[in-house]
Design a binder for this molecule. Sequence first.
Ligand SMILES: [Zn+2]
Length: 206
Amino acid sequence: MERQLALELVSTVRHDGDGGVADDLATVEGMTRWIRERADLLPGPAAEGFSADEELRDLVVALRQAVRALFALAVSPAPPSRADADRLIPADLALDRLNSAAANEPVAPQLLWPPGEAPAVRPLSTEDDPRVRITAGLARAAIDFLAGPERVRLRACTAPRCVRYFVKGHGRQEWCKPACGNRARVARHYQRTRTGADLDPDPDRS
Ligand SMILES: [Zn+2]
C-alpha cells in the first residue's frame, strides 16, 4: 500500500548503469514526473496535472536524506547503501525531520466501505498546500514502513556498484535482483582466481 512509497522514495537514488549514482529527483522536472507517476498513491493534490517546484523538491530531497539515514540504521550492523554511506545524517536529526514532516499535516482517519468491497482507511486532511500534503504523505509512508513488519527484511544490496535498498523475500535472497546476484558471483570468482587484479567483470546494463 502507501508504505511502498518509502522504498520508492529511497530508490530515487540509484545506480546509473555506468558505475555512478543517478538521482531521479535532481531536477524539478524529475520531481514532477516522479509524483505524477504515483498520483494513485499520493494525497489528492498530486493529481496528473500537478507540477513540482524547487521548494517542494528541496523538501522531498531533505526528507529522503532522513529516510535513507533511517534505512541505514535499519540494516545495521550490515553496511548501508554505498551511495551515501559517507555522508549519512545522524539518526536523531533524521527522526526529527521525518516526524516534523508528518506533523505538518493533521489528518483524521476515515473509513471507506464501498458495497461489495473490503473496508479501507483513508486519511482526511484540511491542508491545502500540496507541498505539505505530499511531504507529509511520504513521511507517513516511511513511518509506517519503519514501524512495520518489513523493516526486519530490509537489506542494502551488496552486489558490486549496486546502491539499492530492497525488502528481502522469503528464502535466501541476498541481492536486489538476479542480475546483481550474477554480478556478485562473477566478482567473487574473479577475486578467488585472480587475487589483486583490478577487474570489473560486468557493467550493470540490466
Ligand atoms: Zn542490487
